[in-house]
Design a protein around this ligand. Structure first.
Ligand code: GAP
Length: 466
């Protein structure tokens, strides 16, 4: 299987099995927007819960937040996004396809720094124009590169019509944390170092959304911001990096598919920046950004809002603007990494099958219960009884029911969903062989092996795994 095949297979499985659908599909779609389907939302919620447990619940002095998306227009001026948050765009003169000049140059090993002026970028673009081809028509004639701001405008309140800035959708979710930092300090009285975590939506006018969930125009970010004393950033930064790398492995992602990469060109707010990269089907690429933002954000918001955002140390009385260490993970990028990491094909029972070797902790369905034959009321009734008993024994765990098609087909379907266990109720469960009465078959997804267990033994196996 080539890497491109793998990507196609993941996208197709995601749609076929109710994980991810293209947004507005019946109208021909909308580039860069995806919907999570019934199994997708379960998997996504499991990932969010595991992240929240590790980032908030299991840590001392960390606080959760869920900030509103619309913000005062001044926020994005203060943050630097209205002036500095742009990509250089050029248009093919033949077919009007838009390209990101920095990405095209990067593919040639040439760096177009975010801080460069349009003139400087165009000088680089001109020097390499012959090597850059339009991805659609192959032409080499482009308009000059122009900086294109990525913020998405709304018409909320329509301030723009009165000459003011429009209300933007969040270009990064973390701004909500900076705006509520003072409220958290005043209401929770945390002792520094302390952290605030949030999962929030972000919107970016990406010039070329691509690679399925990887580069979208609407996406979610799971962010943590650690507030530390000035200059007490180095050790905490290293610890955060290690914690985040270990977290990915704890949810089942293979270690060899993950690596750190330091940024050579820093975005406007960062003092130091590292990515955790995952090896996607097209190669290693950014999954999470870990940024040392120093006092940039709070100083900017203090300056633009006129509100004192310093922290008063309760022990020493010392006042200072805390420095911020950020971790920011794209939920869609994590979702895609999880699918790519779990996708497997093998031979089972003389047939080729595809399955998702998801960790039971993240799997959208934990177990499927099934009567061997659906036209035997006594089997169906017993299976329903056992499903109810399992749901009671495993509160909160998604226990599915499937009686469609033959048992082999049901197993294949669950394999593709990544369901770790299938439980089948047959005539022995009803007591045809008295010694097997009230036992079930528990099938393991990855090996296809089956074992005979009592219902409570099966429940215990599932509980231990999830
Ligand atoms: N607050 C910092 C920040 O927004 P970023 O590196 O621009 O930094 C953080 O974004 C993470 O958000 C990235 O590592 C990536 O996982 C995700 N992300 C960024 N742009 C994205 C896009 N267009 N589509 C999907 N995820 C994206």
């Amino acid at each position: 299987m080539t890497n491109l095949d793998l990507m196609e297979k993941i996208v197709s499985l995601a749609k076929r099995r109710g994980f991810v659908f293209p947004g507005s599909e019946i109208y021909g779609g909308l580039a860069g927007v995806y919907d999570f389907g019934p199994h997708g939302v379960e998997l996504l919620n499991n990932l969010k819960r595991l992240w929240w447990e590790a980032s908030v619940s299991a840590r001392d002095n960390w606080y959760g937040l869920d900030a509103g998306m619309f913000k005062n227009p001044k926020v994005w001026e203060a943050s630097g996004h209205t002036s500095g948050f742009s990509d250089p765009l050029a248009e093919c003169k033949k077919c009007n396809t838009r390209i990101r000049v920095d990405k095209e140059l990067e593919a040639l090993g040439v760096t177009a720094d975010e801080k460069m002026s349009e003139e400087e970028i165009n000088a680089l673009f001109d020097a390499h124009r012959a090597e850059i081809a339009c991805p659609k028509c192959g032409g080499h004639e482009f308009s000059p590169a122009k900086k294109f701001n990525l913020l998405v405008k709304s018409n909320l309140g329509d301030f723009a019509s009165e000459g003011g800035e429009p209300v933007y959708l969040p270009g990064e979710a973390c701004q909500g944390i900076y705006l509520d930092y003072k409220n958290v300090v005043d209401s929770m009285h945390p002792k520094i170092p302390f952290g605030i975590a949030q999962i929030g939506k972000a919107f970016r006018n990406e010039i070329s959304p691509r690679n399925f969930l990887f580069r979208c125009r609407e996406f979610e970010q799971a962010d943590t911001q650690l507030f530390v004393k000035p200059d007490e950033n180095k050790e905490a930064y290293e610890a955060l990096k290690e914690e985040r790398m270990a977290w990915y492995q704890s949810i089942g992602i293979r270690k060899e598919k993950l690596r750190f990469k330091q940024h050579e060109n820093l975005v406007f707010y960062a003092k130091d920046a590292w990515d955790i990269e995952y090896e996607y089907p097209w190669g290693f690429d950014e999954l999470e950004g870990i940024h040392d933002r120093s006092d940039y954000d709070l100083s900017q918001h203090q300056k633009f809002s006129g509100t004192d955002l310093s922290y008063a140390d309760p022990e020493t009385g010392e006042k200072f603007i805390p420095w911020i260490l950020e971790t920011s993970m794209g939920m869609g990028r994590l979702f895609l990494a999880i699918l790519a990491d779990a996708y497997r094909e093998d031979e089972l029972g003389g047939e080729t099958r595809a399955y998702l070797a998801l960790s039971p902790k993240v799997a959208p369905v934990k177990a499927m219960v099934s009567p061997l034959l659906k036209n035997k009321p006594e089997l169906v009734e017993k299976a329903k009884e056992i499903r109810a008993a399992l749901s009671k024994a495993l509160p909160g765990a998604a226990i599915a029911w499937d009686d469609n098609g033959n048992i082999g087909k049901r197993y294949r379907r669950q394999d593709e969903i990544g369901t770790p266990f299938c439980i089948t109720i047959d005539f022995d469960t009803l007591g045809e062989k008295p010694e097997l009465k009230d036992t079930v078959t528990l099938r393991h997804r990855d090996s296809g092996e089956q074992e005979r267990l009592t219902v409570s033994e099966a429940a215990e196996k599932i509980r231990a795994a999830i």
